[in-house]
Ligand binder design. Structure first.
Ligand code: GUN
Length: 287
């Protein structure tokens, strides 16, 4: 094994300890940071994610509340709930857990969130802010990845970064954040023809395809930083990423494990964004 392991669990615990103090400071001043999570339907994966977010909030000192609607709820009812939360001074962050049921129009729901409470950074305004280099809230997963690169002093400027995945949640914002940091960025997807041609020239390879172990050692440039955003369950019940960790670790310079890599950082950055939103609220209230 050559690669240095980027331990997301360890980094997440350091970041959370630091931000716990910031949350405590606000609470002492009478402003406890608050996060509202909206969930529609009973997607089992979403239920686990939401449970983990609520637990993480309580550990760091953030008030959280879950507004759970049944899958057949009319979209207008959810929009009404968001409008009330937008005005609620105890709620500084609002998150709509995705995916929404198919009869919902994602953008209508997400753009109803007040931009200063959009801690996921998915509101079209905040997407535009990110793309134009005026980041308001960075989406949590790419934000966590950039922090991992920084902590390990992995150079980004002038390097070739390849992102496999073009989702609004990970691939696209990840590419924009790397571009903003001076990387030359290629965005691929699982459909890209001759994908290894691109990946083999990547100094930084971020993989978010949802295809178990699809990136193998032959696809990786020796010494590259390989960031695995995937989390998949194999038929034997084990968890694995989108990268074939056992072979790639012999070629890469840095690699994130699954579990214990990007996953713990994603929720951490949600906590950071929520505390940041509360700090900004306090600052504006005192002006
Ligand atoms: N579903 C999967 N990932 C995410 C995420 O980061 N935020 C939200 N709101 N929903 C998700």
């Amino acid at each position: 094994m050559n690669a240095q392991i980027i331990d997301g669990k360890l980094l997440a615990s350091h970041v959370r300890a630091e931000w716990k103090q910031r949350a405590a400071r606000l609470t002492e001043q009478g402003l406890r940071p608050g996060l509202a999570v909206i969930m529609v339907g009973d997607n089992p994966a979403s239920e686990i994610y939401v449970r983990n977010k609520v637990k993480a909030c309580s550990e760091i000192g953030i008030h959280s509340e879950v507004h759970h609607f049944s899958a057949n709820t009319n979209q207008d009812e959810v929009l009404d709930c968001i409008r009330v939360l937008n005005q609620n001074q105890h709620v500084h962050g609002i998150l709509v857990q995705l995916p929404l049921p198919s009869h919902y129009i994602n953008n209508q729901v997400i753009t109803s969130i007040a931009i200063q409470k959009d801690v996921d950074g998915f509101h079209l305004y905040n997407v535009g802010a990110l793309v134009t280099g005026n980041t308001n809230f960075a989406p949590c997963t790419p934000f966590g990845v950039t922090m991992m690169l920084e902590q390990h002093h992995i150079p980004v400027e002038g390097r070739h970064a390849v992102v496999i995945g073009r989702s609004n949640i990970v691939g696209k914002p990840m590419a924009m954040m790397l571009l903003e940091r001076g990387a030359t960025v290629t965005i691929c997807s699982s459909k890209t023809r001759d994908l290894p041609y691109f990946t083999r020239s990547a100094d930084i390879l971020v993989v978010a395809t949802g295809q178990p172990q699809m990136v193998t050692a032959e696809m990786v440039k020796p010494g590259a930083a390989v960031i695995d955003v995937g989390i998949n369950r194999l038929p034997d019940g084990r968890l694995c990423g989108d990268v074939d960790f056992d072979s790639v670790k012999n070629v890469a310079g840095y690699i994130t494990p699954v579990p214990g890599g990007v996953g713990p950082m994603t929720i951490t950055m949600l906590l950071c964004n929520t505390i940041l939103a509360a700090e900004r609220y306090q600052k504006n209230a005192s002006l």
